[in-house]
Write a protein that binds this ligand. Structure first.
Ligand SMILES: [Zn+2]
Ligand SMILES: [Zn+2]
Length: 452
């Protein structure tokens, strides 16, 4: 067994050094009530990589076989990522997968079409179904999956209809198919009884011009409340998944959602924090999380935000995003209580993989080992978040590295530190602004203390 796994990992391009990580993970997953789930997000497949480079934000001199930090994922990167996901599940009991959207490349609508976007979704769905034929997959749309980009309507349309043809194997429940066709949201129970709420939060995203003035696009809020209410009555535990996260983005300090949607969403989530065991989102292409606190300041929920598969860096005339490596993650949880126990974050070293012409995947961190926390419950994540308040702490330096999937540690001044720290702690713009001011005051006091 030992030899078999070692050979397999080296064939897949895993350095032998990492074997010890895999062995330790395998050892910790022996309890029958403990299982794992996969989370993958933001593939952003660019089939024009090397030909037209439609997604590329910068000049690519040498096209690496697995892609480039300036561009979205070529098919070769998608293929090795799905293989690495499969490989990572071999020594674990993985119960299901979350796939949180953004499969389409970053480019102008003039280069896309409804057929093109549905085709990308169809191909990725087929690839995942072939690799994981018996896996329950809870898939949600990203803002880039719609055509025209981000303009999700609050009613049935051709994209929802055609997507369901491909996702029916996973959704496979007539009531849920109806809500999917209405607004691309649904709920299903895992085989161990955890309720999954798969949301279409693209309806609340500020790039959606169709829903701006609405109160409850596609009646998703009222539906969500009803499900959560019923779950409380039935003593179920609920895991929420979707693409665009509520809360404030670290870059720019603005909410992704329109203000009124952000407030409404947070209100519902807080109301049902006794039922919700975790929230898993994508969209940010960075590894981070957000904390929810009750009125007494007790941590009650955590939203985990997974980094992307695509290495693409955003670039505007004013800012350039950091380099980041392709990633996916595995989360260990209690199948009955839903309690989140651990998180293993994987990344592909893009330059090294291109240099050696083979996919080199590593473990970026194991939460319980590298974050010095006993599990990834809200109280543990709150403990970690608080330790990042000091910008010179090992925890904050680690966060800077992990945030970009170990590709680049950006220089981070006091403002940058406060943006990242407050991103963990505050989910409304006005609270976020107060947090920025207080945190910068705190770090200035630390620096002053040192000078004395
Ligand atoms: Zn994305
Ligand atoms: Zn997105």
């Amino acid at each position: 067994m030992y030899l078999a796994i070692t050979l397999n990992l080296s064939r897949m391009g895993f350095p032998l050094l990492n074997f010890v990580f895999y062995l330790s993970i395998a050892r910790t997953s022996l309890c029958a009530s403990e299982g794992w789930f996969l989370h993958v997000t933001d593939f952003h497949w660019d089939s024009t990589y090397t030909s037209r480079d439609l997604s590329c934000n910068g000049v690519v001199n040498t096209h690496g076989v697995y892609g480039d930090y300036w561009c979205d994922s070529p098919y070769s990167l998608i293929d090795v990522t799905i293989k690495a996901m499969k490989n990572a599940t071999l020594d674990k009991t993985v119960d299901f997968m979350l796939w949180t959207g953004d499969s389409v490349l970053h480019t102008g609508d003039e280069h896309l079409s409804l057929d093109n976007n549905v085709g990308i979704l169809q191909n990725l769905t087929a690839h995942l179904q072939q690799t994981f034929p018996t896996m329950d997959v809870y898939a949600t749309y990203g803002n880039h999956d719609y055509y025209p980009n981000g303009q999700y309507p609050p009613h049935n349309n051709e994209i929802y209809n055609r997507t369901l043809e491909h996702w029916r194997t996973w959704i496979n429940d007539s009531t849920q198919e109806a809500t999917f066709l209405k607004g691309a949201y649904y709920t299903l129970k895992t085989k161990y009884g955890i309720r999954i709420l798969a949301l279409n939060t693209n309806l609340y995203y500020t790039s959606d011009k169709v829903t701006t003035h609405m109160d409850d696009p596609a009646d998703q809020f009222v539906w969500m409340k009803n499900i959560l209410q019923q779950s409380r009555r039935d003593s179920e535990k609920v895991l929420i998944t979707g693409h665009v996260p509520p809360g404030v983005a670290a870059e720019g300090g603005k909410t992704w959602f329109y203000q009124h949607f952000n407030i409404h969403m947070l209100h519902i989530l807080h109301q049902y924090s006794d039922v919700i065991i975790g929230l898993h989102f994508g969209h940010e292409h960075a590894d981070t999380f957000r904390m929810f606190y009750d009125h007494s300041g007790r941590p009650v929920m955590t939203m985990y935000i997974a980094p992307s598969v695509t290495p693409w860096r955003y670039k505007t005339s004013a800012t350039t995003g950091p380099k980041h490596n392709p990633s996916f993650r595995l989360i260990k949880y209690d199948r009955i209580t839903g309690r989140h126990l651990d998180l293993v974050q994987y990344y592909m070293d893009l330059p090294e993989s291109n240099k050696h012409n083979r996919a080199i995947w590593n473990v970026a961190y194991i939460a319980t080992r590298d974050m010095k926390i006993p599990d990834i419950s809200p109280s543990s994540m709150d403990d970690f978040a608080n330790r990042t308040k000091n910008p010179t702490s090992q925890e904050f330096q680690n966060h800077l590295k992990w945030r970009n999937a170990n590709a680049e540690v950006m220089p981070c001044d006091a403002l940058c530190h406060s943006l990242l720290f407050c991103n963990f702690m505050k989910l409304q713009e006005r609270d976020f602004k107060v947090c920025l001011r207080d945190t910068q005051h705190y770090t200035a006091t630390l620096a002053f203390g040192k000078r004395k």
